[in-house]
Structures are given as structure tokens and as C-alpha cells.
Write a protein that binds this ligand. Structure first.
Ligand SMILES: [Zn+2]
Length: 238
């Protein structure tokens, strides 16, 4: 490993920048994902749509039943007037007409019952729809506010990201090529974390006890040493 006086300070700084840099990068990705849309809003919109369709369908059915019942009433009236007119004298024909009137009336009662059922359904669907629509307005408003907040934070994080990127470039210039390559290599291999801070006598990354000889070297010499257990560069915080 390389040996230069400022290496430890620069690596420590690099480590601090990178932990922030990674956090900001992850946050940016999450913000971006969150801004894509609200599941609650989508679900609610679909619900409103489906209730509205059901309402329209039921309303049409009710109107059709109403029309059918009205035209049946007309036919009943015609039959009844021909029954009363005395035009028919044949008892079998009269009986047949009466029976046809009876069955038309029965059918009309059925139509009327079904029409009333639809009417009640329309009323209930309308109430549900109104409720959902109010809900939708509220959720839409909330989502607009949330989206604005996400966008504001996104802009802020983007600035932080660019600032850290530049700071990182400056610190990278302070490191020797050899140390920089070692750092980047470790970062790739060690889950994005190349440096471990000593916490008393323990590696802050893998929590292994570090031998006294190594500890003394880390504390009192400029030499860069790595944790014997996890391989990360061991540094002490200033
Ligand atoms: Zn370690």
C-alpha cells in the first residue's frame, strides 16, 4: 500500500463524501420512483370509473323497463277496451282475451318490480359515486402537494449530488494514483465501502478486534493498513 502524509486525511474525506454521495444517489432514485405516480390515486380513479359505468348501465336498464311497462300498459288498455266494446261475442275468444290481459298484467308487475329494484340501486350507486368522487378530489389534491414536495426535494438533492461529485473530484486529486485505484477497487469489492473507522480496538465495518501491533501502526505511522478480517483500509477519526 502507498505511503504519503496526506493520504489518510484524504481517504477519510473521500470516505465521508462517498457515504453522503451514496445516500443522496439512493434518495434521488427513490424520489424519481415516487414521482411516477400514486397507487392510491390510480385505484380510486378505477373505482370511480367502474361505479360510474355500473350506474349508467343500471339507469339505462331502469329506463328500458319503464318504457316496456308503459307500452304494455297501452296494450292492456287496448285489450280491455276491446273486451268492453262487445265486439267479441264468442265466449272462447273472450276467455282468451281475458287470459291474455291477465298475463300481460302479471308481466307488467314483474317489470315494475324490476324497475323499482333498479331505481333503488341507482340511488345507492349515486351516493357511493359521490362519496368516491369527493375522496378522489381530496386524494388528487394530496398527490399534487406531494408531487410538488418531491420535485422540490429532487432539485435540492440534485444540487447536493453535483456538489458532492465536485468535492469528490477535488479529493481524488489529492490522492496518489495508486491509493485512488486501491480505494476504488475496494469500494467495488466491498459493497461500496472501502474505508473502515476504528472504534476503540474494533473494525467499524466488520466488528473484528484488531491486533495491538496493527493498532499502533495505524495510530502512529503514516502507513496505510487494512483490516486483516474484511480488507478495508483502517483509519482513525481525527
Ligand atoms: Zn474489518
Amino acid at each position: 500500500m502507498g505511503k504519503d502524509v496526506n493520504a489518510k486525511a484524504a481517504l477519510l474525506k473521500m470516505h465521508e463524501i462517498d457515504s453522503l454521495y451514496d445516500k443522496v444517489r439512493r434518495r434521488i432514485l427513490r424520489l424519481n420512483k415516487a414521482a411516477e405516480g400514486s397507487t392510491e390515486l390510480e385505484t380510486l380513479r378505477e373505482e370511480v370509473d367502474s361505479i360510474d359505468q355500473e350506474l349508467q348501465g343500471t339507469r339505462t336498464e331502469q329506463q328500458d323497463l319503464e318504457l316496456e311497462s308503459r307500452s304494455l300498459t297501452e296494450r292492456i288498455r287496448e285489450s280491455e277496451s276491446s273486451l268492453m266494446s262487445g265486439e267479441l261475442s264468442n265466449p272462447r275468444e273472450l276467455e282468451a282475451l281475458q287470459s291474455s290481459i291477465d298475463s300481460m298484467k302479471e308481466h307488467r308487475t314483474d317489470l315494475e318490480n324490476r324497475s323499482v329494484e333498479r331505481l333503488v340501486m341507482v340511488d345507492s350507486l349515486q351516493a357511493t359515486l359521490e362519496n368516491k368522487q369527493n375522496n378522489l378530489v381530496r386524494v388528487e389534491e394530496e398527490w399534487t402537494n406531494r408531487k410538488n414536495a418531491l420535485e422540490t426535494e429532487f432539485e435540492q438533492r440534485k444540487k447536493e449530488y453535483l456538489y458532492l461529485k465536485r468535492a469528490r473530484e477535488q479529493v481524488a486529486e489529492m490522492l496518489s494514483q495508486e491509493n485512488l485505484e486501491m480505494y476504488e477497487h475496494l469500494r467495488r469489492r466491498k459493497n461500496g465501502v472501502a474505508v473502515a473507522l476504528l472504534e476503540d480496538e474494533i473494525c467499524g465495518a466488520c466488528h473484528t478486534q484488531v491486533a495491538v501491533g496493527i493498532l499502533n501502526n495505524i495510530r502512529y505511522s503514516d502507513e496505510l493498513l487494512s483490516c486483516p478480517s474484511c480488507g478495508r483500509i483502517l483509519l482513525t477519526e481525527v
